[in-house]
Design a protein around this ligand. Structure first.
Ligand code: BJW
Length: 243
């Protein structure tokens, strides 16, 4: 695979690499993306039924079952070479920030140190009544309820119309505004505010690089666009940069 020599040079010299990942980085592990026309979640389900609080209030069992099924799937799959290449980049560069929209925990399982989770995590639930986070519950109960109070538990994720958690969003915005290289990997860049981060980086003077088999609305910002699968492109980029 031939990769731009200038990109390898900028990566080798990077002071701070900031990476934003989306569902595409986990696709090669066997986790469906959201918007793929054949296999994406939104080709089979309506986002307003499964990824809004109104959908949850209407049918908590349907939504809880969908997240329980995703928890089982994610527990059964493994991080792929794309996740692992990011761990290697973290090890090689003086400063590295990983921001993910994914809730699957695969970056952590690959060994990434402190990924910033913008959309929450599959591995936590929280009480619908007061947002208190719960890490242990009866997985056979649907919808699950708080063991102490009996109130409904919802996934600790960010649904449409909900604000992103303040501290992770602030850390992500600060990193995007203070990096010299920004990689946008496996995201359709359609969902805000995460999709605004490459714009923040670009406006602050960073070189934006897109790794995605398909063009996206942020492609025009990218100085380099690598078309292909993250699990192939990232290891190849590592080898080309540090032969
Ligand atoms: C590969 C590959 C391979 C495939 N290798 N690549 C501004 C403008 C317009 C709208 C808005 C706006 N600001 C806010 C909004 C509204 C809304 C929004 O953005 N809507 C748009 C869709 C129009 N945003 C929100 O509602 C957000 N909240 C908010 O703004 O709150 C404001 C507020 C403030 C104060 C009070 C109250 C409110 C919240 C958004 C939450 C998104 N939630 C979800 C579900 C999370 C939990 C879960 O996972 O179940 O997050 S939706 C879903 O989309 C999920 C994802 O994280 C997110 C992004 O998807 P992603 O990761 O990009 O996946 P895909 O499938 O779209 O793309 C995959 C890509 O991979 C593709 O490009 C492929 O080509 C590529 N690919 N194989 C590399 N091997």
């Amino acid at each position: 695979m031939s990769l731009p020599a200038e990109l390898c040079q900028r990566l080798r010299a990077a002071r701070h690499l900031c990476v934003l990942t989306g569902a595409g980085i986990s696709a090669e592990s066997g986790v469906p993306t959201f918007r793929d026309h054949q296999t994406g979640f939104w080709s089979r389900y309506r986002p307003e039924d499964l990824a809004t609080v109104d959908g949850f209030r209407r049918d908590p069992k349907l939504v809880s079952d969908w997240y329980a099924e995703r928890r089982r799937l994610c527990a059964a799959v493994e991080p792929n070479p794309g996740h692992r290449a990011l761990v290697e980049l973290e090890r090689r560069l003086p400063r590295f920030t990983l921001i993910t929209q994914n809730i699957d925990g695969l970056h952590q399982r690959a060994g990434s140190r402190a990924p910033i989770e913008l959309h929450g995590s599959l591995l936590r639930l929280r009480r619908l009544s007061d947002d208190r986070v719960v890490t242990a519950w009866d997985e056979t109960e649907s919808p699950p309820r708080c063991p102490e109070t009996g109130v409904l538990l919802r996934p600790d994720v960010v649904w449409f119309g909900e604000p992103l958690p303040a501290a992770p969003m602030a850390a992500a915005t600060a990193a995007a505004g203070d990096c010299d290289l920004f990689f946008c990997i496996g995201t359709s860049a359609l969902v805000y505010p995460a999709a605004g981060l490459p714009l923040t980086a670009s406006a602050a003077g960073a070189t934006v690089v897109e790794l995605n088999p398909e063009p996206t609305p942020i492609t025009h910002l990218a100085a380099f666009t690598l078309r292909g699968k993250a699990g192939e492109l990232l290891p190849a980029l590592l080898t080309a940069t540090w032969p």
